[in-house]
Design a protein around this ligand. Structure first.
Ligand code: THU
Length: 139
């Protein structure tokens, strides 16, 4: 657990804003995410589907928005869900995020005031990253 900073709270507010836009008619579990990358903020929300496995997580949407905008230096992500306790990213999203920065700050919030701050490395130790496949950093 890390100390909560002012920038953490600011990013969390963007995630809460994104959470309002959630499309979650099946689970009614709304999730919002906000990624801080190259000085900009990119939001995402969960987008559910009648074919349940086609559902997109909020973190995946925010990450995709950042990458599509050309940002690469992702230093933090805030995640807010409808759980009472802070919502943690699912395993697949931890892996998605680790691709870009295994040390990024992860700020997690829920329906209460409780906020949890960890690094991605703490949430996904020994992540499988590109170095295992290819040492060429120029790609
Ligand atoms: N969900 C996310 O958006 N992110 C996570 O990390 C956990 C789960 C969404 C997917 C689904 O729409 C709802 O939460 C319930 O699983």
């Amino acid at each position: 657990m890390r100390n909560l900073t002012q920038p953490d709270l600011a990013l969390l507010a963007f995630a809460r804003e994104a959470q309002e836009k959630s499309y979650s008619p099946y689970s009614s579990f709304r999730v919002g995410a906000a990624v801080f990358a190259d000085g900009e903020i990119y939001e995402g929300t969960n987008v559910e589907n009648a074919a349940y496995p086609a559902t997109l997580c909020a973190e995946a949407g925010a990450l995709s928005a950042a990458i599509a905008a050309g940002a690469r230096d992702i230093t933090a992500i805030a995640i807010v869900g409808d759980s009472e306790a802070p919502t943690v990213p699912c395993g697949t999203c931890r892996q998605r995020l680790a691709e870009f920065n295994p040390e990024m700050r992860v700020i997690m919030g829920g329906a209460s005031d409780e906020v949890m701050v960890m690094t991605l490395d703490e949430l996904l130790p020994e992540a499988f990253v590109r170095g295992f496949l290819d040492q060429d950093e120029s790609k």
